[in-house]
Design a protein around this ligand. Structure first.
Ligand code: C5P
Length: 221
């Protein structure tokens, strides 16, 4: 069974996807980390985001692995754990540039399909219900007010970046929405058969409960 969760940055996808996967005893695959890992490796190699062929070559050769961690899933690239390094806004923005390259999407989509074929998974991203697994048994599309989404990001990043300004994060979130919704390949949009959840006013637990209620008739869990 495949559960697809899509939505914009800060809509709560990865938090609820991780809890949901643990409840269902499914694997959790955060596809945003894969785009971030490609961006990270390209940056390490001094490749500029506009060198699209070189970024695509990184996507073709990179070995990305998810491993269970103590309180979160770890991302490993070629023997190195890079989970924390992927969380920065710079890598997020480079990931959005890499994600607009058709060849990068093609390669990562194939990797995601292969991971899905291994068994029960909860997969989150921007195009899981529309492109990667259009036949997923359950699809959710999470949305939330952009200022609330920026506030969540701000709370996460504030400790590591004390100079951070909320207004700046609001601008970054809106910029990322624009890029994700307007790219030519696999733009962010809800699948027609997805369940739309607005998380602006909801606690994490409430979102998970609503999803569990939607899943139960299908999975009998
Ligand atoms: O979800 P996260 O913020 O980690 O994703 C980083 C970027 O990767 C997104 O802004 C988006 O451009 C891209 N992405 C994508 N398709 C996915 C997952 C992420 O285009 N399935």
């Amino acid at each position: 069974m495949i559960i697809a969760i899509d939505g914009p940055a800060g809509s709560g996808k990865s938090t609820v996807a991780c809890i949901l996967a643990a409840r269902l005893k499914f694997r959790y695959i955060e596809t945003g980390s894969m785009y971030r890992a490609v961006a990270w490796k390209a940056q390490q190699q001094g490749i500029r985001p506009e060198d699209r062929d070189k970024v695509a070559a990184v996507a073709q050769t990179i070995a990305i692995e998810f491993r269970p961690g103590v309180d979160h899933q770890q991302v490993w690239v070629e023997g190195q754990e890079i989970t924390a390094q992927l969380k920065t806004e710079i890598i997020g923005s480079l990931a959005a540039s890499a994600a607009a390259i058709p060849e990068v999407r093609k390669v990562l989509t194939e990797k995601q399909r292969a991971m899905g074929r291994e068994g029960n998974v909860v997969m989150d991203g921007r195009d899981i219900g529309t492109v990667v697994f259009p036949n997923a048994e359950k699809k959710f599309f999470l949305v939330a007010d952009p200022v609330e989404r920026a506030r969540r990001r701000y709370d996460e990043m504030k400790a590591a970046q004390p100079d951070l300004d909320l207004e700046q994060v609001v601008r970054q979130v809106k910029q990322r929405d624009y890029e994700d919704e307007n790219r030519a390949v696999s733009p962010l949009k809800p699948a027609e058969d997805s369940i739309l959840l607005d998380t602006t006013q909801l606690k994490i637990e409430e979102v998970v409960e609503r999803m569990m209620r939607a899943i139960q008739p299908v999975s009998n869990v």
